[in-house]
Design a protein around this ligand. Structure first.
Ligand code: ZN
Length: 502
């Protein structure tokens, strides 16, 4: 729901030689300093404004201590590639990588320049890249800023989970002491039970931590064709947790591509409960865990090394986007929805009740209304932020207004010669958008029937012919197209209705 007016701010400089243009390297994301939650939020706002409809942001939930979990969409394709970073607090170099990808890939598409041999603009028309650059904003903040960034009441428990130390350099968990990459159900039962700690505590049950729950939800909503969970330790690549035999060659080939481009070594996954493990085992889809850097000891990787990480992952990230297109090409793409004056819409708008999983509710609405991925994410984001909102909420009405579509109404037989039609749409119609060119009735051979009046009242539109305009036994078709709702949304599909005069 970030319908901001987008500003174009991409600067292009012209260099000496005639006919050559050089694009200035995109420069919103600073890759060479301690990259905080606040840096990320500020940079995302700037990227959203700089790159128009190419980039969109969604607040999809909150961490245990109220920091936003932000999902970024880059591109508009049917395939879905999902990148995420900072499951582990001290591994925030991965957030820098996610942010750099968003900016550089976005910039390459926007300026239509090639990157690592890829036409990024074309790529982003075929696949949508989704990013959650910081899965664990509380943990990252604790690791970078220490106790002062958290309420006093929990200082002693944070220190105790950190073995008595108030130096949080080594912290990996969220601020509840749950290791977010031990929260996924695949292999979870086998992980040795511990207690809340700076690392490795798997929680009381999978998806206990709010951050992990959001990861679960967004994965069900996006069903990514390919996903990448970035970590930082060892320049290696995990890829094959309980992958079924039938998928093994496919997944190995994708991992080999990433390994070849990045120079990371493929290693078998020995323990479970991580994000990639869950995708591999439950979704039967390829997912990789690239460990970006050499082990830096029990602390973060120095961002001064980032250029090397970027060199290794820039092309590999695009190669995965391309793989996702091939992976999704076998799937059918649903037709646009058919919704017509439907009470089901109101039911869909109602926020979920207590105990109703938000993603399940969003998926049901997605199915009922054949929502796009983006509409579903927007709806989920609204549920997350507005559980007590009512149907009258203006913002939600706008969301749903964008979901309204129009259908071909079943043919009507035996209609009276003076028949007026009243059609009820599922959104309020802007009367100014109605004219004789977009609401009209035609005879079988294209002759236009004289219309006496077209009246609009809220969601209803009434079309009355001039008396004597219809002939008995003839068939006519009424057309309604290009109307706008009072919120300014355009009808996406015209309405046609055929009827025969008795
Ligand atoms: Zn990690």
């Amino acid at each position: 729901m970030q319908h901001f007016i987008k500003k174009v701010m991409v600067a292009i400089i012209f260099l000496g030689a005639i006919g050559t243009t050089q694009v200035v390297e995109a420069a919103i994301v600073d890759t060479n300093s301690t990259y905080t939650y606040e840096s990320m939020k500020k940079d995302l706002q700037e990227l959203d404004e700089a790159y128009g409809d190419l980039i969109e942001l969604y607040t999809i939930g909150q961490s245990a201590y109220g920091r936003d979990l932000i999902l970024v969409r880059l591109g508009n394709g049917d395939a879905d590639t999902f990148y995420n970073g900072s499951h582990h607090a001290r591994e925030w170099l991965t957030t820098i990588l996610n942010m750099k990808m968003i900016e550089e890939y976005g910039n390459a598409a926007y300026t239509n320049s090639r990157m690592s041999g890829y036409n990024v603009k074309d790529l982003l028309e075929e696949t949508t890249l989704w990013f959650i650059p910081m899965v664990n904003p509380d943990g990252v903040t604790l690791q970078q800023k220490g106790l002062n960034a958290f309420p006093k009441e929990i200082h002693s428990s944070l220190i105790s989970m950190n073995n008595g130390s108030s130096n949080f350099d080594r912290w990996k968990a969220n601020a509840q002491g749950i290791d977010l990459n031990r929260q996924y159900p695949s292999g979870w039962a086998e992980v040795k039970a511990t207690s809340p700690s700076w690392k490795n505590y798997k929680g009381k049950y999978p998806f206990q931590a709010p951050e992990a729950k959001v990861m679960r939800d967004i994965t069900y909503l996006l069903e990514p064709d390919l996903s990448l969970a970035y970590h930082t330790s060892g320049r290696i690549l995990y890829w094959n947790f309980n992958v079924e035999q039938v998928d093994l060659a496919r997944d190995r080939s994708i991992a080999e591509t990433y390994a070849y481009l990045s120079g990371y070594r493929m290693v078998p996954t020995y323990s479970g409960a991580g994000y990639t493990d869950w995708i591999n085992e439950v979704f039967n889809r390829p997912s990789l865990t690239p460990e970006l850097a050499l082990f830096a000891g029990e602390k973060h990787v120095n961002p001064v090394t980032f250029p090397e990480t970027w060199r290794r992952n820039k092309g590999a990230g695009l190669a995965m986007a391309e793989e996702s297109i091939a992976l999704s090409s076998g799937e059918s793409v649903g037709e646009q929805p058919v919704v017509w004056g439907d009470k089901a819409l109101e039911a869909a708008i109602r926020p979920p009740g207590k105990g109703d999983d938000l993603y399940k509710k969003a998926l049901r609405v997605k199915e009922d209304f054949e929502l796009t991925q983006e509409q579903t994410v927007e709806l989920y984001s609204w549920y997350q932020q507005c559980e007590t909102c009512s149907i009258k909420d203006r913002e939600l009405e706008e969301v749903f207004d964008s979901l309204n579509h129009f259908e071909e109404i079943p043919e009507k037989k035996s209609v009276n010669t003076d028949k007026s039609w009243t059609i009820t749409l599922n959104t309020k119609i802007d009367p100014d958008s109605v004219n004789r060119d977009n609401v009209y009735i035609q005879g079988e051979y294209g002759s236009t029937v004289s219309v006496d009046s077209v009246e609009v009242a809220g969601e209803k539109i009434t079309i009355s012919p001039l008396p004597g305009s219809y002939e008995r036994g003839q068939t006519y078709t009424m057309y309604i197209k290009d109307l706008a709702s009072i919120y300014g949304k355009k009808m996406e599909k015209p309405v046609e209705m055929t009827f025969t005069i008795q």
